[in-house]
Design a protein around this ligand. Sequence first.
Ligand code: PHE
Length: 455
Amino acid sequence: MSTTSMHGMWSSRLAFIFAATGSAVGLGNIWRFPYTAGEYGGGAFVLIYLLCVAAIGIPIMVAEVMLGRRGRQSPINTMRALAARQGAHPAWQLLGWIGILAGFLILSFYSVIAGWTLAYVLRAGSGQFLGIDGPGSEAIFAALKAAPGQLFAWHTLFMVLVVLIVARGVASGLERAVRILMPALFVLLVIMVLYAAQAGDFGAGFAYLFTPDFSALSANPGEAILNAMGQAFFSLSLGMGAIMIYGSYLSSQASIGTNVAIIAGMDTLVAVLAGLAIFPIVFANGLAPSKGPGLIFVTLPVAFGQMPFGALFGAAFFLLLAFAAWTSAISLLEPMVAYLVENKGFGRVRASLLAGGAVWLLGIACLLSLNAWSGFTLFGKGILDLFDYLTANVLLPLGGLLIAIFAGWILDEQVSRSELGASHGAWLYRLWRVLIRWVAPLCVILVFLNKSGLI
Ligand code: PHE
């Protein structure tokens, strides 16, 4: 069995933590978490989300890193090799293909939203938000969505930046950047929370996030639970092979459990901080929590427009958010590129251009769905919203379910014990085993069955 990957290795355990945290922390935490929590009424949704992270997300993240490190190849070939070693059916490699499809669809709309963030760097920096109120902010956001040319330019710039790093090789390209800029984003987020505590309606925001009001779910509890679970998968980058491939560059000595605890903890902390920064401002300014995907783009400018040095803070905030999106996007593209390098014999540059170019094309359909093609809907959603919904709530949980079944039921217990057990107490390993064999898969299956109306 190989102890290194042909695509390179992390230079240290810290490099893996930074890269995987860079993958996990992104638009999912700061853009998607607040708007989804707002759509499903706050506290009860947040509680279910946290339970999903603990009972489903963390065990699956451990499994993904472990399978990646065991296989040391792109997810498709890793699953092919591991299945062959266990004498299991070669169809397990389908798991890798589902991941490629999910990564492809996610990145196509993710890049458009990252484009909004880039556009907002300029709007904030040039002082456009000074003194605006809720309706003023909504008008600026609506104007951006209605301008396909601008959306196209930012989407294109973002994809170019992603391809640039992936073409150079993730293990060497990513580390230094994440080390400086992630802590900077964190500090800025804390400043925003402090500002919200002082200038916003902090009591209302806090209560909204942390007082579970289950009656808020009663309209459609199954849908709320599905979305909370999907948000956990999306935010932790699970179920599509991103964490698996990052695991494949991790040294055999590193402790998977400790690393995963740190990554998932950071990811959850950032999401909660984002909620604490945004909802007090929402309530203080009479905005609606259930505004949907525009929530932070309407809410935060109002705050930046009022606070001292708001233009500077605003520009820095959106720039760092774009950076966080960039480190996530890189991990979305990497599984495809590694596969093309392994199986088609392409160089990294050619593989990155090809995969990135295809994503870029699909992204154009996503951004047109906000304006010129807004009349075209499937299941009541435009293309961008549909990709967002389908990937987080269907493809990622499906991929996660298959990962859990493979790691818990197909892989020899001896293998997972030697990968995970050595550095932890036996009870922790046993706990993981119960979660990965029973709790995680049954939860995903029950939520799916409920949603399809079967139970
Ligand atoms: N976790 C990233 C975020 O929260 C998005 C992502 C999903 C990245 C799936 C990789 C894989 O922004």
